[in-house]
Structures are given as C-alpha cells and as structure tokens.
Ligand binder design. Structure first.
Ligand code: THU
Length: 132
C-alpha cells in the first residue's frame, strides 16, 4: 500500500529551497525537497562554483544530505525550476541507487506541476542489482 504523499507540503519545501539556490553563473535556480519513507523532508538547492564543473544540482544536494544523515529510503521528490525542467541524467542515476520507485513532482514557478516517476524518466537503468 502506498501511503498518501502530501504534495502541497513537499512542493512548498522545494519552492522554499529554491530561494537558497546559489547560481550566479547560470542564473537557473533550482529547489528540491525529498520525502523519506519515515516522512522526513530534506531540502536541496543547486550550488554552483567558479570552477563550473564542481557545481551540484539541487536534487543531489537533497539526496546526499538525507543519505549522510542515515536516510536511504525515499518516497517522493519535488523539484522546482523556472520553466519546469526535468532532473538531469546524473541526478536520475543517483535517485536510482536508493529509490527505483520514486515519485517525482516537477513544478515551474507558476505552480504548474507534472507528476511522474523515476521509472518513467529513467527506464532500463543500471543499478545495484547488476553488481549483485
Ligand atoms: N540543475 C539542477 O539543480 N537540477 C537539475 O536537474 C538540472 C540542472 C542546476 C545545475 C546548474 O546549477 C543549473 O541548474 C543550470 O544547469
């Protein structure tokens, strides 16, 4: 049974996180909020760097914050961008590691929401089972 996901709360957390984005180079601000199986929410924003390639996406900031605090079971992730852009490939791979059944909400700044899943965005993914 899948418990109810409080989409409003998760999206609000992602919107709030987006306000803390550090994106002086791209000026593309991204906020994320990750819901764990236990109902805890971890926020993330993109954090860029003058050495561009070491910048980190909002989704991975949220996932790594959660994992580093002992949470590896996730139910849903909300992402907010200016134009409703979908998570990048490397972020999808990181999601796959811990949450192949992740529900993903993608919103734009107007509040339009697209509901999808990691399985839909990232089919036939390489995962931990391939190394078993
Ligand atoms: N970015 C994210 O934070 N998440 C994504 O899924 C796509 C891209 C960030 C990376 C960079 O700071 C900026 O958006 C432009 O690519």
């Amino acid at each position: 049974m899948t418990a109810h996901i409080d989409e409003k709360l998760l999206l609000a957390a992602a919107f709030a996180a987006r306000k803390r984005a550090y994106a002086p180079y791209s000026n593309y601000h991204v906020g994320a909020a990750l819901l764990t199986e236990e109902g805890k929410v971890f926020q993330g924003c993109n954090i860029e760097n003058a050495a561009y390639s070491v910048s980190l996406c909002a989704e991975r900031v949220a996932i790594f914050k959660a994992a580093s605090e002992g949470h590896r079971r996730f139910r849903a992730l909300a992402v907010v961008t200016e134009n409703g852009g979908a998570p990048c490939g490397p972020c999808r791979q990181v999601m796959r590691e811990f949450a192949p059944d992740l529900v993903i909400l993608i919103a734009d700044v107007e509040g339009r929401v697209r509901r999808t899943t990691l399985a839909e965005l990232f089919p036939d993914a390489f995962g931990p089972d391939q190394l078993a």
